[in-house]
Write a new protein. Structure first.
Length: 229
C-alpha cells in the first residue's frame, strides 16, 4: 500500500495485539506483548511510550496500556481485515485453518476500505473467523465472547467450543484431528490433579489436553446436549 510504512505496520500490530490480549488473552503486560509480537521487553516499553505520545494509548510505566478511542478505531480496523481475510482464505480459497492466520497477517495492512466492504458482501457478513474469534463491528461495540475456558469446565459438564488459539499450526492440526473445532459440543470427562490433563469426549473420540492448551480454548456451557460416543 502506497505510503504504508514499516512503522505504520508496527503500530497496527501493537494495537492489534493489545486488543486481542485484553479481550481474548490473559491481559496486557509487557511480557505478554513481547511474547505475542516476538520482540524484546525493552522494545515493547519504548513502543508503548511512543504510542501513548501519539494518542493511541493511555499508558504509564508498570501499568497495563489501555486503548484510547483513536487506538481502538485502528485496532478494530486491522483485526476486522485480518479476520475477514482469514474467512476468505479458508472459505473461498480452501486454505486449511492452520495456515490462514499467517497469510492474513500479510494481507491485513494492504486491504483498503473498498476491499473490506466487498469482502463483507461476498462472504455474507461473517461474524467470526475460522478459529471462532469475533470479527469486531465497525461501530466499536464489544462483540459477544465466551468467558469460560475449557480448563475451568467441571467434569461431567457439556460445553460448546467457542474459539481456539490461532497462532500455532501444529496445535491447530492436533485440535482438528481430535475434533475440537469451533461449534463442536464436547463432554468434559476428567480433570487430572495438580495441573494434569483435561480429558474430553468429542465426536471423534476421547482426547486428553494439557492444562496449558485447555486454557487456550474458550467454551460456552450447554444446558442439555447429549454426545454420541
Amino acid at each position: 500500500m502506497a505510503g504504508h510504512t514499516h512503522f505504520a505496520e508496527s503500530t497496527e500490530e501493537y494495537l492489534e495485539a493489545i486488543y486481542r490480549l485484553e479481550r481474548e488473552g490473559g491481559g496486557v503486560s509487557t511480557s505478554a506483548l513481547a511474547a505475542d509480537l516476538h520482540v524484546q521487553p525493552a522494545s515493547v516499553s519504548g513502543m508503548l511510550k511512543k504510542l501513548a505520545s501519539d494518542g493511541y494509548l493511555e499508558y504509564e510505566v508498570r501499568s497495563q496500556p489501555k486503548l484510547t478511542r483513536k487506538g481502538l478505531e485502528l485496532a478494530v480496523r486491522v483485526i476486522r481485515r485480518n479476520r475477514l481475510a482469514e474467512v476468505f482464505l479458508h472459505d473461498m480459497l480452501g486454505l486449511p485453518w492452520d495456515q490462514v492466520h499467517e497469510e492474513a497477517c500479510r494481507l491485513e495492512h494492504a486491504i483498503s476500505d473498498r476491499v473490506e466492504q466487498r469482502l463483507v458482501a461476498v462472504l455474507g457478513n461473517p461474524q467470526v473467523c475460522p478459529h471462532g474469534h469475533a470479527i469486531p463491528p465497525l461501530d466499536l461495540s464489544e462483540p459477544p465472547r465466551c468467558s469460560l475456558r475449557l480448563a475451568d469446565a467441571l467434569p461431567g459438564s457439556t460445553v460448546r467450543i467457542g474459539s481456539v488459539v490461532e497462532h500455532e499450526a501444529a496445535t491447530l492440526q492436533y485440535l482438528d484431528r481430535v475434533g475440537l473445532r469451533p461449534g463442536t459440543v464436547v463432554e468434559v470427562v476428567e480433570r487430572g490433579p495438580v495441573g494434569g490433563p483435561v480429558t474430553v469426549q468429542t465426536p471423534n473420540g476421547r482426547a486428553a489436553l494439557s492444562l496449558e492448551l485447555a486454557r487456550m480454548i474458550a467454551v460456552s456451557a450447554e444446558a442439555s446436549t447429549a454426545l454420541s460416543a
